[in-house]
Design a protein around this ligand. Structure first.
Ligand SMILES: Nc1nc2c(c(=O)[nH]1)N[C@H]1C(S)=C(S)[C@@H](COP(=O)(O)O)O[C@H]1N2
Ligand SMILES: [Mo]
Length: 415
């Protein structure tokens, strides 16, 4: 392979076409190359699998694409687009790749006085724009911590982020359509394609109670961090329903169906995004009738600095800056405590207010690690309702949701 061909080149020059040209032969079976796979002919060493536009994410799967962010790469108050996790249940629709919203519309129908069909320009022109700092977190974040293990993406800490979202309030759009008294729930539909390639099959179609849809912070977002949504994150329009499992935040939106009952779309029923109504012992088989829809997400935190596994000198260890973020689906986090002696003593960290409700909050502190040795640094957040992160993995459940155990990192003080 010539020097001019590299992973960077692959990403920049539009990939397969350019590679075929450089190789001088056709790439057989090109249609089966998974999304995000960089052909070996192009790959830099150790980097055979990357996601376009992403930086340092760990890819958990390629069909569908799922990738999480290592905690030390989440150290920005506003999560850069290149570092926001990706969770797809199906395949990215072609319209998102084309990057044009020509011919795209959003339909709002069901229990409304007036059905709406809006182009992106109409949506932007008719409703006030809002920019909010909102946490997006997959309900399965932390799944890898459960024992016995449960099937699904083995997220560790990084299926979460807090970018700036710009869009219109779902509330304003629903008001324009006029909610009937019978309106109880929302149900979204997106343009993504089912893994089976069967156009009749819906990938995922979830929703929320009307009260949540009417929350001032529930957005129909067309931009992230000041730029149009990227293909991976739902171009041209997505829901952002903060405080709820991110599965409620439908991407590549095409329709919002207002229901007169709890929505029963794909991944809304059965075991999906549901928890047992009563705590169960690990490994229990739970009947779907005993499962309840997850609504508010629990209190949680991350240690984003230092990077776990860091070795520092003794001087640095005597005044080690440690920091991260804390958030809760219930709104405000009231305190974060930090321990470096396996939980014997806790010191309260400084905690900044959120930019707006459902934004994550910076916490930071300086630790005095007393000399050489291996340490673990633990962080534990508590929200305004009094809920606190457990020190150990909480309530095992069949699908591995809502593990909000306190985060841990290790630091070694060397010579
Ligand atoms: N249309 C559609 N919307 C979707 C999904 C999807 O597969 N299709 N995945 C959901 C899930 S489970 C999560 S966690 C979030 C992930 O959002 P992100 O990929 O922008 O981080 O999108 C949600 N919205
Ligand atoms: Mo998710």
């Amino acid at each position: 392979m010539s020097d001019s061909i590299s992973r960077r080149g692959f990403l920049k020059d539009g990939g397969l076409g350019a590679l075929a040209l450089a190789l001088g032969v056709e790439i057989r079976f090109a249609e089966w190359i998974p999304e995000g796979l960089v052909p070996l002919a192009y790959a830099d060493e150790g980097e055979a699998f990357v996601l376009q536009g992403k930086d340092g994410l760990k890819v958990l799967g390629d069909r569908p694409v799922n990738a999480e962010t290592p905690p030390h790469l989440l150290d920005d108050e506003v999560t850069p687009t290149s570092r926001l996790f990706v969770r797809n249940n199906g395949l990215v629709p072609d319209l998102a790749r084309d990057g044009t919203a020509d011919g795209w519309t959003l339909t709002v129908d069901g229990e409304v006085e007036k059905k709406l069909v809006l182009t992106l320009d109409e949506l932007k022109a008719k409703f006030r724009h809002h920019t909010l700092h909102l946490v997006l977190e997959c309900a399965g974040n932390g799944r890898s911590g459960f024992f016995p293990p449960v099937a699904g993406n083995q997220w560790t800490y990084g299926a979460v982020g807090c970018p700036l979202w710009t869009g219109v309030r779902l509330k304003d759009v629903l008001r324009a359509a006029g909610l009937k008294r019978t309106a109880v729930y929302t149900g979204y539909y997106g343009h993504d394609r089912h893994l089976s390639e069967d156009p009749e099959k819906v990938v995922i179609s979830r929703g929320t109670p009307i009260a949540k849809a009417l929350d001032d912070h529930t957005l129909l977002a067309f931009a992230m961090n000041g730029a149009p949504l990227t293909a991976a994150h739902g171009f041209p329009l997505r829901l952002v329903v903060p405080g709820y499992p991110a599965s409620a935040s439908g991407k590549w939106l095409k329709r919002i169906w207002i229901r007169d009952r709890v929505h029963d779309g794909a991944k809304m029923t059965g075991m999906s995004y549901r928890m047992p109504g009563h705590p169960v012992s690990p490994g229990t088989v739970v009947d779907p009738s005993q499962m309840e829809i997850i609504e508010t997400m629990p209190v949680k935190s991350l240690v984003t600095y230092p990077r776990s596994g860091l070795t520092v000198g003794e001087r640095e260890g005597r005044a080690l800056a440690v920091r991260g973020f804390a958030w809760s689906g219930a709104g405000k986090v009231s305190r974060v405590d930090v321990s470096f002696d396996f939980g014997r003593r806790w010191r309260q960290a400084r905690l900044k207010p959120a930019r707006n409700r459902y934004g994550w909050q910076r916490w930071e502190t300086t630790l005095d690690l007393p000399g050489k040795g291996y340490y673990e640094i633990w962080a534990r957040a508590q929200d305004r309702t009094g809920e606190m992160q457990p020190m150990v993995v909480p309530g095992w459940n069949p699908e591995g949701y809502l593990n909000n155990a306190m985060p841990r990192i290790s630091v070694t003080v060397g010579a």
